[in-house]
Design a protein around this ligand. Structure first.
Ligand code: NAG
Ligand code: NAG
Ligand code: NAG
Ligand code: NAG
Ligand code: NAG
Ligand code: NAG
Ligand code: NAG
Length: 274
């Protein structure tokens, strides 16, 4: 081994020497230039091809319906777009959600229905859920609560308080709401329910609100509720508020809100007395 190494080096030297001696100097330069040009061309095309491949993969994951397939968890499954939903972050989808919930409310005796929310930003005012319903949020699906409080219905105060907690009289309902329901599942591939609470927190601090802020999800007097595999973000007020419910499971849920200047954005406030 030790002896082969110098021999190898020597042979290499000799070959280079012979090559130089045989080829005229101008030709050698010509081939070197050609080789360099070809090498650069190859490098650039590989780079472009790679960039293209990354772009294709990117749009593959973001493209509606072509991401992770949504499992069927009920005998009947619907797409929010079947009811006129538009996930552009601007169009108001309240009616699409209401029409979907109304369709599912008729399927209770047949095992209920699943509402798939595809990737996109789905702006909405508050809406109610129904019994025997699964709300499934795709990866990169985001339900956005409308910021303008005029769209938020007022509700009687919680019996536990007897008044609106932050203000006398009625309180704002929750973005997603349900009363006297059975068998409701809110789940997905870690899609997000976003309350866009920033404007509420600001108005609260400036004392511009006349009624108590609403939670992100509030389910009252209900049973057999499952909330899993999704993210809740920036609630105007408390995030998840199960009120006087039986058999409620909350598992593998992410709850996000800023540490500062996001007043009362508690994560989960189960209770009959809160
Ligand atoms: C939902 O509808 C949209 C628009 O029609 C479509 O692109 C998407 O694939 C559908 N998704 C599911 C899960 O059916
Ligand atoms: C939602 O449910 C509440 C309580 O049952 C009810 O007062 C309210 O009218 C419902 N809202 C809609 C839009 O159906
Ligand atoms: C929790 O949710 C994430 C995102 O949807 C998922 O990847 C993970 O497998 C889930 N874990 C459990 C224990 O369900
Ligand atoms: C779910 O999404 C949230 C927000 O994007 C993220 O913080 C969290 O880590 C995700 N969870 C999993 C298990 O991927
Ligand atoms: C609160 O009440 C005042 C006085 O009636 C009114 O001018 C204002 O628009 C109300 N604000 C909201 C957010 O409803
Ligand atoms: C609790 O709820 C889960 C999910 O809906 C259901 O499978 C289970 O049977 C319920 N348990 C009881 C004791 O009602
Ligand atoms: C949560 O997500 C994980 C991974 O996708 C899945 O295995 C699990 O069944 C889900 N859990 C529920 C309760 O949906």
């Amino acid at each position: 081994m030790v002896e082969i190494l110098p021999l190898g080096r020597f042979q290499l030297h000799q070959q280079r020497f012979e090559f130089k001696r045989l080829v005229p100097a101008f030709l050698s330069t010509y081939y070197k230039t050609l080789f360099a040009v070809l090498w650069i061309a190859a490098f650039v095309s590989v780079f472009l091809w790679q960039r293209n491949a990354v772009g294709v993969r990117f749009s593959f994951f973001r493209g509606a319906g072509s991401g992770r397939p949504m499992p069927r968890l009920r005998p009947f499954a619907f797409n929010l777009t079947d009811f006129g939903g538009v996930g552009d972050g601007v169009t108001l989808n309240t009616e699409a959600f209401e029409r979907a919930v109304s369709a599912i409310s008729k399927l209770g005796k047949r095992g209920g229905g699943q509402l798939n929310v595809p990737p996109g930003k789905w702006l909405t005012a508050p809406f109610n859920l129904t019994s025997h319903m699964t709300l499934f949020l795709a990866e990169n699906a985001e339900i956005l609560g409308i910021e303008d409080e005029k769209y938020w219905p007022l509700m009687p105060p919680l019996p536990s308080y007897g008044y609106g907690r932050e203000h006398m009289g009625p309180r704002y309902g929750s973005l997603i709401h349900g009363q006297k329901l059975k068998d409701v599942v809110i789940t997905g591939h870690n899609g997000t329910i976003n309350g866009q609470g920033q404007s509420w927190w600001k108005k609260y601090r400036q004392k511009l609100l006349n009624n108590t802020r609403g939670p992100l999800l509030q389910i009252m007097w209900s049973s057999n509720i499952v909330i899993t595999n999704i993210t809740f973000r920036d609630s105007p007020f408390w995030t998840i508020h199960p009120y006087d419910c039986k058999n409620i499971t909350i598992r593998n849920v992410t709850i996000l809100a800023p540490i500062f200047e996001a007043p009362n954005t508690d994560g989960i406030d189960p209770g009959k007395y809160t």
